[in-house]
Design a protein. Sequence first.
Length: 390
Amino acid sequence: MFKGNLPAVFTANKGLALTKKEEEIFALTRPTVAHVKPKIVPLEHIKRAIQNKPFEEMWSIAHLVHEETDKEERLVQVVEQVLEQHYAPLRSHNILFSIRMTDAEQSKEQEAMTEAIKYLRTTGLNGISASLQKMYEEFCTVRAALTYLLREKLLTEETLIPAKHIVDLAVACPVWFRNGSSYTRRDFNPFPNVIDTRELSWFLQLYNQENNGWGTRTFHDFGGVDILPKAISDRIVMIKRAFPALIIATPYLDIPARAWAAPPIPRNIDPYLMGFIPNFPFMFLVARWSGTGLFPLMTDMVADTMEHLRRNMHLLKNFGRDSMWTHGVRSGEWGSPILQRRGITRGNTILPQFAKEILRAYDNGKVFAFLRGELGPNTTTPKSLWQQTL
């Protein structure tokens, strides 16, 4: 862990009345001396963020991340076990789940797999051969990415994060920049085959709508005081090759504030570079600008996003009813989904209600379950307006 003295405003938790576990999370998510001028977030807001338990499945390994002892061997074993468990059907084909393969071993394995797929086709089992080929290709992409991260000393206990935590990432750092050319509105979520709820889709669109819903931000649009670290910029070409999808996830709430017509605000710092591979139920923490790992500043960023939404949710009416909107009403041109059916006003009436639902879940410590669609319909009150309209 980075050592040094930080102002008490970032480290003291006087008057918060935290439980023992909450105190541990508070300490885990404090900024470090590597964070230059982090945004000051009120402690009572941080407490509410802690009570929502961001990245809860990752807590148990957090204390291992910055150990001084050599842990590479244990880390490699864990990663290879994940590979073998997820691609278990490949075991019978004598696949090597190692991320330390030689070129000769990999070539031999590929030749054997090619022959196995060919044989299945000759027996008329075309569907099975196609499924096997697809799984093997996906496996090779994942293994190659992990092999690259290991070789470049970028692999840590926090590298593989269960896909369910994409909602936690979205709340902490909701403003995203995608690698590649301009993306369509359907590309807000890099995990559509793993988690694709209306709640997550709508939340991401609140913070990432561009051009009335027709596009998203790309790496070309990224800029600001957080300069890409040299250790990452030197490798960025190879990193792009390793991952079919890359996202710079940022806490830059000043960017969507312009689309909402919200007052200007200071931005927080320290983005994440995240990698995604289709159908693999983990996202990859490739790098963080500060080099401090997943947790520092995490609860501050969650709190900042939610309080920004609380202060400005009335301004969400400024999104036009006819905005292209994934999981919206299918009544737009060519049957495309739009935000809301036509009404007497250009602005919508549905997003402020959606924001209220998010904040209700957040204040009850369940915002991530809400965004994953786990809470189900509210049986004690009538459907909210945003649900009624769909």
